[in-house]
Design a protein around this ligand. Structure first.
Ligand SMILES: NC(=O)c1ccc[n+]([C@@H]2O[C@H](COP(=O)([O-])OP(=O)(O)OC[C@H]3O[C@@H](n4cnc5c(N)ncnc54)[C@H](O)[C@@H]3O)[C@@H](O)[C@H]2O)c1
Ligand SMILES: N[C@H](C(=O)O)[C@H](O)COP(=O)(O)O
Length: 324
């Protein structure tokens, strides 16, 4: 008897964006997972019609996997009809409801992992819910005090010491405690999830030229170096703090298994330049497995047929691999 495929929850994300278009493409490939899309079924039917896709949509039944070529759907109703490309705050809470279904299913063990299509952070806030990203939402809703965002693609892994916060808040958010926790999570998950026995982590500085010996900022001297020194004493292989402008040169990258950038736009533009459309976002440190795409809602492409599903396929493959 063959081993059953891991059962993954795939949330379709912002209804006006490309998430519905992308999940409808899942049956095209023989992916190493059984996927259940969490979304409004009528929305998927309408989007399939707009795209000219003939995908049978079947209600999810745990004991009855759909045949090849069909898509299993866990129906969560929209609050208001959706027009492709047009955001509507009335549906902000619908997006969160799809995440809640996936999280609850993972926590109770029904789903082996969750994969998320992109959401629009702004419209969820417009709906009256403070929301800065899946990463922070998942941490809060699994009662996990700290998680780490890592994107992977083009042979690179880039983790972030801070995630979605205003740039002016970044230096204050990087403390010896917070940085130490981030590095411990990154190190532990590189070992446990990626099978790297002794991970080498390249750590970026915060300031230009890693502070130039304290002449361009003191965070490297006061926070980053002491944190790295303490963790090296525990046996971790940490290289840095390194000037971020040359850290991504191929020779330097080859010396590490992952980069730790200090903030979102220090690390992610490099990775997305190299791998946009095929990269994966993974939340480290969670009690459940969660992967995601490397792109946003692309409202301009919804229902056009021009959205590339490559990143979603990669996110499903990684989630399945981690789950098995
Ligand atoms: N995983 C997520 O939930 C996630 C990730 C990134 C951004 N976002 C959110 O998405 C919203 C829009 O963000 P943005 O405009 O900065 O970035 P975006 O990724 O939506 O769009 C940037 C550009 O890339 C193109 N693009 C994006 N995905 C594509 C795909 N699959 N195939 C082809 N082209 C694609 C878009 O058309 C656009 O030109 C924001 O609210 C942002 O916060 C969500
Ligand atoms: N920072 C991510 C990116 O740029 O791809 C994106 O905003 C998604 O983050 P969440 O997974 O936290 O929603």
């Amino acid at each position: 008897m063959s081993t059953p495929l891991p059962l993954l929850a795939v949330t379709a994300g912002e209804p006006a964006g490309i998430g519905p278009d992308l999940v409808l493409r899942l049956p095209e490939l023989a992916l190493p997972a059984r996927c259940v899309v969490i979304a409004d079924k009528t929305l998927l039917q309408q989007r399939a019609a707009a795209l000219g896709l003939h995908v049978p949509l079947l209600d999810y039944r745990h004991e009855q996997p759909a045949p090849a070529g069909a898509l299993e759907v866990w129906h969560v109703p929209l609050a208001a009809p959706c027009r492709p490309g047009v955001l509507d705050a009335a549906n902000g809470r619908y997006v969160l409801a799809t995440l809640d279904v996936a999280i609850a299913g993972c926590v109770r063990g029904e789903f082996a992992a969750m994969v998320t299509a992109p959401v629009h952070k702004g419209v969820i806030n417009d709906a009256g819910v403070a929301f800065s990203g899946h990463t922070e939402y998942l941490a809060e809703h699994t009662a996990t005090p700290r998680v780490v965002m890592m994107l992977a693609g083009a042979g690179m892994r880039v983790a972030l010491a801070t995630t979605h916060l205003p740039l002016r808040a970044v230096p204050d958010a990087i403390t010896r405690d917070s940085l130490g926790e981030v590095i411990r999570i990154l190190h532990a998950d590189l070992v446990s999830k990626f099978g790297i026995a002794a991970p080498r982590i390249l750590v970026a500085g915060l300031n230009p030229h890693a502070g130039e010996g304290g002449h361009m900022g003191r965070e490297e001297i006061d926070v980053i170096e002491p944190t790295l020194a303490a963790l090296r004493n525990e046996g971790m292989n940490l290289i840095g703090p390194l000037p971020a402008d040359t850290l991504f040169n191929p020779d330097k990258l080859a010396q590490g298994d992952a980069v730790l950038a200090m903030y979102h736009d220090q690390g992610l533009p490099v990775l997305k330049h190299a791998s946009f459309g095929a990269g994966i976002n993974i939340t480290l440190g969670l009690p459940i497995i969660r992967t995601s795409v490397d792109h946003g809602t692309a409202l301009d492409l919804a229902a056009t047929g021009r959205a590339d599903p490559g990143s979603l396929f990669e996110a499903v493959r990684l989630a399945a691999q981690l789950a098995t």
